[in-house]
Write a protein that binds this ligand. Structure first.
Ligand SMILES: [Zn+2]
Length: 307
């Protein structure tokens, strides 16, 4: 209330008018206007004070107030991420390759110096699709508008799918055991796989909580309320989008350049479609860091991606 500049301006205008009337017509009328303005602003001040307190409370219980899903305040699994497990092995070896002694990075699975295997990947969970893709690897994609493109992988992200055995706040979110991969490509493109869907995304922009709450959250809640069975559509940027999927994930592993998330970050996603176009919202909440992002691109056939 008080932080609204228009309101402050309005307050001063009324005050000015009151004084002007006071001089011109009647001091009594001016006094009444003056008292009214004073009462309004003292109430406004109290309101702001309480609202401010509520805002603080809302921040600590962000998931609950924002909730795409009503049970989003439930605890998240404390199981180690894939990244943590790899790092733990390197810590034991003091970040040195046991074979040649070269320095290794926290995400290294193979020694970049001698090529020896540093982490036995059989002991780690890994995505069924694109789990063996390496940074720098060549990719051929068929872009629905630009045609065939020869690109290479710049980063990879593993998403761990989360679920809740029961939709209750005291039931923790745990990993389903399914992992999906997001790949960064050069020319500002990226690939994403989720279940049997494949996305080629060529536009991304940061999202604010306000935009998410205004443009996406109500539709996601509606979709969630129907257990994702009801057809829910919404308008965004001049197109009508149909909800395809909503859910939660934890970032399990991230490697490469241009990553805007870190392992441990927990987020919610919205996937919506408009013809062959795809819109992806990533809304991060707790854990590691992650920037809320809107992606737009195309749903493509698996055959259109050659890795
Ligand atoms: Zn080595």
């Amino acid at each position: 209330m008080f932080n609204d500049p228009n309101e402050i301006k309005f307050g001063f205008q009324v005050l000015g008018l009151g004084i002007a009337i006071g001089f011109a017509i009647s001091t009594d009328l001016a006094f009444i206007i003056f008292v009214c303005v004073a009462i309004y602003y003292s109430l406004s001040g109290f309101y702001t004070l309480f609202l401010g307190r509520n805002d603080e409370k809302a921040k600590t219980k962000r998931g609950r107030t924002k909730g795409i899903q009503p049970t989003s305040s439930a605890r998240i699994t404390d199981e180690s991420t894939i990244a943590e497990r790899i790092k733990a092995i390197h810590i034991k070896n003091d970040f040195k390759c046991p074979s040649c002694g070269a320095l290794v990075l926290p995400t290294d699975i193979k020694c970049k110096h001698c090529g020896s295997i540093l982490v036995a990947t059989v002991d780690l969970p890994r995505p069924e699709k694109w789990g063996d893709i390496e940074i720098g690897q060549a990719v051929e994609v068929k872009h629905p508008q630009k045609g065939s493109m020869s690109l290479s992988v710049t980063y990879k992200i593993y998403y761990g799918e989360l679920w809740q055995a029961q939709m209750k706040p005291d039931v923790p979110w745990t990993l389903t055991g399914s992992y999906y991969v997001g790949l960064g490509l050069n020319e500002n493109l990226s690939l994403m796989n989720w279940q049997n869907r494949f996305y080629l995304l060529d536009l991304h922009q940061p999202l604010t909580d306000m935009t998410i709450n205004r443009d996406f959250a109500p539709h996601a809640r509606k979709f969630a309320a129907s257990n994702q069975t009801q057809s829910v559509s919404f308008s965004y940027q001049g197109a009508v989008w149909n909800m395809l999927d909503i859910g939660r994930f934890r970032i399990e592993f991230a490697e490469g350049d241009g990553i805007r998330v870190s392992p441990g970050a927990v987020g919610r996603f919205i996937h919506a479609g408009h013809n062959n176009k795809i819109l992806v919202v990533e809304d991060y909440q707790t854990g590691g860091s992650g920037l809320d992002t809107l992606w737009i691109g195309y749903q493509v056939a698996e055959e259109d991606i050659k890795l």
